[in-house]
Design a protein around this ligand. Structure first.
Ligand SMILES: [Zn+2]
Length: 358
């Protein structure tokens, strides 16, 4: 039993707006929650559902049968729509029509559409018809990270509420709250002592992980799961910029054969190159502070060359998203970086300087 509002960290302004609209009975019938994925927009939608459906009080008691059913995602008054594979198809919109055709005495009914930008055209047109003549006490909450991918006709029918990445403090609280909920808190408490929060499964000493996640819990999970891929990605970049031959311990083809993982390696490279540029400018907001080896190597490369390599990783990301052959694309980039640095070094050697370890 829980008031879902209490599990949300951050998004204070957005919550205040929504809750006061519920209290004043001015909540728009169709809302669009935008912002990056993994920051808790669905949790806000569910907390809003609890507030609208609670039998007892405002914002929500967290204890009545309505509140509990929303928390357990079993409420008959809340319909969840998600993509089926790559798209939300018209069948899902038919489910909305069926849901709305049922008689209901509930104070509200909600339709929460996750990844709304994945609606295909037919589905979007069908939804538009419903949004044009919204039944009373029915609220649509569309969640999307790609606003521009949503048809303008849909966007013109919804009120957009923008959500922002979580602050590090809110990420820590979210992690701790999730771990406590999962029963990972096992600290013994002496009588009379205040219960302390035990360190959760995410190692909070790994500050880089919070920074690398850029306010998204989804990203945090990705970094947590791919720690060894990150190490290999940095090792590979170190080899490329040092002009080394590929080590038998780093197999590019194996590392990047899956597109998702290839994009992750690309992200690692972009972040560490950004770190190296910031370090050169004597900035302090370094993400991968623990990666002293690769950062020291990159420090010996001129700023302009680091920028060129960064731009090449941006192109690589585009190519990967355009379904380029991942191992081949990485192989090419690896060779390009080696060539680029060889040329820079040769030029500098002629001028009597060397600054790269080749
Ligand atoms: Zn309640």
């Amino acid at each position: 039993m829980a008031q879902l509002l209490n599990n949300i960290y951050g998004h204070k302004t957005q919550l205040e707006k929504l809750l006061s609209a519920v209290e004043d009975k001015h909540l728009p019938h169709a809302l669009l929650f935008t912002g990056p994925s993994g920051i808790g927009r669905r949790k806000v939608a569910e907390a809003l559902a609890q507030s609208l459906l609670c039998e007892k009080e405002h914002p929500a008691c967290g204890k009545c049968s309505s509140c509990i059913s929303v928390e357990q995602k079993k409420s008959l008054h809340v319909l969840y729509i998600q993509p089926d594979g790559l798209y939300i198809k018209v069948d899902s919109i038919r489910r909305i029509n069926q849901f709305l055709s049922l008689q209901s005495f509930a104070p509200a009914r909600l339709i929460i559409i996750d990844s709304a930008h994945q609606m295909n055209l037919q589905a979007a047109n069908s939804l538009l018809k419903i949004l044009e003549e919204p039944p009373s006490h029915v609220y649509f909450i569309l969640i999307s990270s790609h606003l521009s991918a949503l048809p303008v006709t849909i966007r013109s029918r919804v009120q957009t509420l923008r959500f922002f990445p979580l602050k590090p403090a809110d990420m820590y609280k979210t992690i701790q709250s999730a771990d406590l909920k999962n029963g990972k808190e096992n600290i013994s408490v002496k009588p009379g002592m205040q219960k302390k929060i035990q360190a959760p499964s995410f190692d909070l000493k790994e500050k880089w992980m919070i920074k690398a996640s850029q306010g998204s819990m989804d990203e945090l999970e990705k970094w947590q799961e791919n720690k060894s891929v990150r190490e290999q990605a940095f090792q590979l970049l170190a080899m490329a910029v040092s002009g080394e031959e590929l080590s038998p311990f780093v197999d590019i083809a194996d590392l990047v054969k899956k597109r998702e993982q290839a994009l992750f390696v690309c992200l690692c490279w972009q972040q560490i190159l950004r770190d190296a540029c910031i370090k050169k400018l004597h900035g302090t907001n370094i993400i991968h502070q623990d990666q002293k080896n690769i950062l020291n190597i990159l420090q010996k490369i001129p700023f302009a060359v680091l920028e060129i390599i960064f731009q090449k990783t941006v192109q690589l990301e585009k190519d990967l998203k355009g379904h380029a052959d991942s191992p081949l694309a990485f192989d090419n980039l690896f060779m390009q970086i080696k060539d680029l640095l060889f040329k820079v070094n040769s030029k500098e050697r002629k001028c009597g300087q060397t600054y790269i370890l080749i």
